[in-house]
Structures are given as structure tokens and as C-alpha cells.
Design a protein around this ligand. Structure first.
Ligand code: HEM
Length: 494
């Protein structure tokens, strides 16, 4: 009997050992599959994987990872293309402007490539929107949205929002004398959201002056879209659905649907009214594109506004030159008009904006493309089915194109010192047919607010700022390079 028990015990422990071994083997294989460089990509220069994995694990922002790991590797091996492990997948990153142009211009061989549709952000924007579609479906929407952005830029809206913003600055308790220390990153977010509300939907979100419910819901929802667990395992949205987050998302979508209905009854001079004129656009296309315009235009513009004001706070000489130009062109107090806010009318302010958009470009990477067939990219053979990314931050910091790439120097855009020799090297809005349709609109928005601020205030960075030794961007899983906790001290000009 005893010997029978001991045989059973022995069998049981070998079974446990066997199962454990099998699980360990399967896990190792899964890990190997996740991390191993696929054989068909081994000919491409690949950035060592472990520092990249650690960088993601430590939630390093894109700019730090690109400067610390990608650019030094690419420079050392003189490569304009490097293979990088990104969230479980190897992707070709392009750092050379000409090669980036080749990909961006060629929609047939490089259509857009998308991550799992379970991702919360993609559930919000739906599948019928300009960013995620390809082919004829994209062409129809893109033509319409590009046309919509030909309506005159609403400079009067930007101006009145700027005045609301001044009011908020002045309401902020003075730190000393006439100084007002403001959470500029937050205020820039609010400004950008109100500007989108008016220009896309003719709707007053009122995020600048109030604790708007819609703005709060939207910001809370956006935070949930970046939950690392659900980003790593999007399937969890199905297994453990986050009901409160879905309710939030549906509230926002209902609000957007209400805006659409209101615009149908009473059209205005906004993008939504423009799109509603097209009878071929389906309900889904309308809804998905309106949510997409909010997402695409909000954090990007807010990031650009944050950076512009930051660089001018740090570089007082540029701030002074920009102010002198604004006062000379716009006069001391009259509301600015569209012609006076053009890039030609304000060359120095425009150069500051271009330089801010280059140095801390709000979108660090373009949306990935996928090679539809095997192609040659410069000297590199790219097999069919390879994910390819234009690394916008990398192109903007490529020292073979930009001298002293990390230095903020607006003059480089005025003297043509190092930009007119390499075409397509300034790409904050990316290039080719899928470039940002709002690039003109966004730059007018930046010029309007910057000009109004320059006339009204002088500003500095607080001595104890976390950005005192260089900008600190927040980690973003959605390729955004946007600073956090950016306080600015504004002092009203006399
Ligand atoms: C400074 C502000 C902005 C920056 C830096 C910016 C940057 C970009 C970039 C880099 C792309 C290309 C992405 C890619 O190729 O994968 C893009 C596309 C796009 N942007 Fe912007 N953007 C800004 C403002 C806006 C605004 C205000 C809107 C709308 C209100 C907008 C709407 C779009 C749309 C709809 C696309 C998709 C185009 C397509 O796929 O065909 N953007 N943007």
C-alpha cells in the first residue's frame, strides 16, 4: 500500500514538473516571438532591443528615447533608417528627410497601418475617419476635409478666445507685484479645445473660463485611453470592459451627435456645417470624422502653444524681437486681421513658431505605414508587410540636416542657414497627401495667440520650474511630445 502511495506521489510530482516545464517553455517561446528580430528583417540596422524595452518600461517620453538611443545609433552607423522594437513589434523608423518623403508621397506602396481596433481611442474615432482609412474611402473624406479647411481661418474666434485667456491670467493670484504664475500647459489645452469647439462644430465648450463638463469628460476619457494595461492588452476591453469609461465615451459621442443635429438645422461657418453640405457622407462617416478632428487638433495644437511660449520665456531676446515685430505690424491694441497675421506679414514670429514646431515637434512619429509590396528605400530593401514610421522628431534632430539641432534659433528659418539645402526636412505636419489638412489653420491659431500675448504681456519661466534645464515632456503612448506642469509667469506690459 505504502509503495502504491509513493508511486502515485512520484507520478504527481513528475506531472507538476512536466506541466511547469511546458508552461515555462511556452512562455519563453512567446517572449522569444515577442522580442526576436524576424529573419526577413535581419539585414536592416537594428537598435539594441533591451535599452528600448527598458525605456518603454520606464515610460521615457519619445524625445528622450529618440535622442538617447535612436539618433546616436543611426549616427554611429551612418544610417537614415533603423529598425526599432515598438510595443511588441519591429518597425522601420526613418530619420532621413528624403526617405521619409519617398514613403509619405507613395500611398499605393505604403498605405496606413493600424493597431488593434479594440483600442479605446480607435473605438471613439470609429473606422470611417480620415486618419484610419485608406484608398477611395480615405480620398473621399480627405478631399472634403481639405476643402473645409479652405474656408477663411476664424481669426476673430482666436482673438476673442485670447481675450478670455487674458482674463484668466489676470484672475490668477499674483506671485509678486504684477506677476501672475499660470499653469500654461493647462491653459493652452483649454484654449486649443475651445478653438476646436468653435471652428469644427461652431460650439462653445467654454473650457477657458469654466470647469466645462464636456471638457472634463473629454480630458478624463483621454486619460483612460492611455491606460498602460489596456494599451498592452487591448483585448481586455472585451474581457474586462470598463463600463464607466464607455459611459463617458458615449456621453461625449452623444454630445457630438447633438452638435451635428444642431448644425443640420442651423448651419454656420464651421467645418461640420461644411461637411454636412455633402449628401453622400454617411452618418458614420460624419460622426467618426468629427470625433477624429477633435482628437487630431487638440493636444497637437496645445503642445505647440505650450512650446512656443516656453521657448520665448527661455530666450528673452527672441521674445523681444517678436514683440517689436508684432507692435510694428499690428499696432499697439487694435484686433488683428487675417492679412496682418499671415506668415509674410510676421516673418519673425513665424520663424519662432516654425522653430518651436521643429525643436519639440508635437507629433513625434507619424502614424505607421505598411509596405504593400517589397520596395527599396534608398539602399535598404524593405520586405512586403513591414511597418514603416516617419520619425518626425528624429528628422528634426538629424544633425546632418540641422546644425545644433537642440538649440532654439528662429533665425535659421530667416537666413536659410540650414533649411533650404535639404528639402522636406521641416515636417511637423508631415508631408505628402496625408499631411495635416489643418497646417495653415493651426499656424494662424498660433500666430494670433502669440501676437496677442506678446502685445499684452512679458513672460518668464519660474526659477524653480522643472523645465529650467530643458523641457520635460510627458510620456505619451500616442506619439505626442507635449510638456507637463509647465508654469509661466506673465507680467502685464505697461
Ligand atoms: C500644431 C498643430 C498640429 C500639428 C503639429 C499636427 C500634426 C499632424 C501630423 C504630423 C499629421 C500627419 C500624421 C501622419 O502622417 O500620420 C497630421 C494629420 C492630421 N491632422 Fe494635424 N496637426 C495639428 C493640428 C491639427 C488640427 C487643428 C486639426 C483639425 C482641427 C488637425 C487634423 C488632422 C487630420 C484630420 C489629420 C489626418 C490626415 C490624413 O490622414 O489624411 N491637425 N497632423
Amino acid at each position: 500500500m505504502d509503495s502504491l502511495t509513493s508511486v502515485a506521489a512520484r507520478n504527481q510530482s513528475s506531472m507538476i514538473l512536466y506541466t511547469t516545464g511546458l508552461v515555462a517553455l511556452s512562455l519563453s517561446y512567446a517572449l522569444y516571438r515577442l522580442l526576436a528580430l524576424p529573419s526577413h528583417l535581419r539585414h536592416l540596422p537594428s537598435v539594441p532591443i533591451w535599452p528600448i524595452v527598458l525605456s518603454y518600461a520606464r515610460q521615457e517620453p519619445d524625445d528622450v528615447r529618440i535622442k538617447r538611443l535612436l539618433l546616436p545609433y543611426a549616427n554611429k552607423h551612418s544610417e537614415g533608417v533603423v529598425l526599432v522594437w515598438v510595443f511588441g513589434q519591429w518597425m522601420v523608423h526613418i530619420l532621413d528627410p528624403q526617405l521619409a518623403f519617398q514613403v509619405n508621397a507613395n500611398l499605393r506602396d505604403f498605405p496606413k497601418y493600424f493597431p488593434p481596433w479594440d483600442l479605446l481611442l480607435l473605438r471613439f474615432t470609429g473606422r470611417k475617419n480620415i486618419v484610419t482609412t485608406n484608398g477611395d474611402e480615405w480620398r473621399k473624406i480627405s478631399t472634403l476635409i481639405h476643402d473645409a479647411f479652405t474656408i477663411p481661418v476664424p481669426v476673430d474666434v482666436f482673438t476673442s478666445l485670447a481675450k478670455k485667456l487674458f482674463h484668466v491670467i489676470e484672475q490668477t493670484t499674483s506671485t509678486s507685484g504684477d506677476d501672475h504664475k499660470v499653469n500654461w500647459a493647462d491653459l493652452a489645452q483649454r484654449y486649443a479645445l475651445d478653438a476646436i469647439g468653435y471652428s469644427v462644430a461652431g460650439y462653445n465648450i467654454d473650457a477657458i473660463s469654466t470647469e466645462s463638463q464636456l471638457a472634463n469628460d473629454y480630458n478624463t476619457f483621454m486619460r483612460h485611453t492611455a491606460d498602460p494595461l489596456y494599451l498592452a492588452l487591448p483585448i481586455l476591453e472585451k474581457i474586462i470592459p470598463r463600463k464607466h469609461v464607455f459611459d463617458l465615451m458615449n456621453n461625449i459621442k452623444d454630445k457630438l451627435a447633438d452638435m451635428l443635429l444642431a448644425k443640420r438645422l442651423d448651419p454656420g461657418q464651421d467645418i461640420m456645417s461644411f461637411m454636412l453640405r455633402d449628401p453622400t457622407l454617411t452618418k458614420d462617416e460624419l460622426r467618426d470624422n468629427i470625433s477624429t478632428l477633435f482628437i487630431a487638433g487638440h493636444d497637437t495644437t496645445a503642445g505647440a502653444l505650450s512650446m512656443l511660449i516656453y521657448y520665448l520665456a527661455v530666450d528673452q531676446i527672441s521674445q523681444k524681437s517678436a514683440r517689436e515685430e508684432v507692435i510694428r505690424v499690428l499696432g499697439p491694441s487694435a484686433d488683428p486681421s487675417l492679412p496682418l497675421l499671415s506668415a509674410n506679414a510676421l516673418p519673425y514670429v513665424s520663424a519662432c513658431i516654425k522653430e518651436a514646431l521643429r525643436n519639440n515637434t508635437p507629433v513625434s512619429y507619424a502614424v505607421p505605414r505598411i509596405s504593400g509590396k517589397a520596395v527599396n528605400l534608398g539602399k535598404y530593401y524593405i520586405p512586403s508587410g513591414t511597418a514603416v514610421i516617419t520619425n518626425i522628431y528624429g528628422v528634426h534632430h538629424n544633425e546632418s540636416v540641422w546644425k545644433d539641432a537642440s538649440v532654439f534659433r528662429p533665425e535659421r528659418f530667416l537666413t536659410g542657414e540650414d533649411t533650404n539645402q535639404v528639402k522636406h526636412s521641416w515636417i511637423p505636419f508631415n508631408g505628402g497627401p496625408r499631411r495635416c489638412p489643418a497646417q495653415n489653420f493651426a499656424q494662424y491659431e498660433l500666430r494670433t495667440l502669440a501676437s496677442m500675448l506678446l502685445r499684452e504681456y512679458e513672460w518668464t519661466l519660474p526659477e524653480d520650474s522643472i523645465h529650467a534645464n530643458g523641457i520635460k515632456n510627458a510620456f505619451s503612448p500616442f506619439a505626442l511630445t507635449v510638456p507637463h506642469d509647465l508654469d509661466i509667469i506673465f507680467r502685464k506690459r505697461t
